[in-house]
Design a protein around this ligand. Sequence first.
Ligand code: UDP
Length: 373
Amino acid sequence: ERREYDYLIVGAGLFGSVFAHEMTKRKKKCLVIDRRNHLGGNVYCEHIEGIEVHKYGAHIFHTNDKKIWDYVNQFTSFNNYINSPLSFSKGKLYNLPFNMNTFYQLWGVKTPAEAKRIINKQIETYGTKSPENLEEQALSLVGKDIYDTLIKEYTEKQWGRKAVELPAFIIKRLPVRFTFDNNYFNDRYQGIPKGGYNTIINGLLEGIETRTGVDFFEERSILEALAKKVVYTGKIDEFFGFKYGALEYRSLRFEHEILNTDNYQGNAVVNYNDKTYDYTRIIEHKHFDFGKQDKTVITKEYPEAWTLKKEAYYPVNDHKNQEIFKKYKEASMCLENIIFGGRLAEYRYYDMHQIIASSLTKVNQVLQKETIG
Ligand code: UDP
């Protein structure tokens, strides 16, 4: 039986685009489809008023891995943007991540020793040896003042649950520093691609056949018959018709506004901690690229309960959902000609650099298997 394509790639996000690129380089024929009417998945940007607007939330590229950095730099160069978000809480602005600037703003302390004294005393009073939820973890890591001012309400708003009902690991990714350093990430390489993320996606998919606005599940048998293998990057439970139950997510709603001012908030990202605001942050896109336009575009990010009809953003990695995921994972491993990968198929919270690495690894595995088999 002759099939037109080697790979049908379902989902034109970073995982699928990297996979298609690498396989095309090796003379495999790929077809990339996406349900949305554009390529790029959640890194997709739209030009509005000359500004690259991150339609699905702020994306800041960062990595410690020189290979991944060189990989993305094949398609465009990066500017020198460093993410330094602010957080607005109870009428005051604070620097993030938690560092000497934050401690000065909170307590007026000028030296690391003074800051450590306050934090250690609060950890002694409120912390525990083996934190079992996010609240205990935060109190044991940074003490009560920082938890109350910059963590509790933001986190409960973002996840729609009490901090005592959330897993501890969520907060472990936030750095705590005793230097005056507002860089949100510890990675060696960081920036925003010149020309926006679409430049990378277009570079990856150059010369590859793509079809947007195509729902895999509506034409499944026809589409599957086109290719020898399918690379599926959508929700894993949907692939199996939800036979073990639906996995849960947290959803987001983005409200974009064009404003008649050249500078609305003076920073790309300002978090809103208090629960009196329904949104968790306001993004002002032009500051990702040091834009000089007359107007500005801002986006308010509202966390939302997820339903099957809404976009799935954050996997809810609690025990119950992990157990369900395990069953789907086992089922997926029995399918020889379907390759699963990416945030939704792996039910994992991934940063962009991690997705690229995981797609490259998958390509190598698949090629190895093909030469053996
Ligand atoms: N967080 C917080 N206060 C903040 C920012 C983040 O408490 O001002 C916590 C919150 O629990 C959140 C987690 O840190 O879920 C990770 O946030 P980050 O902004 O790093 O992740 P993103 O949502 O951008 O993926």
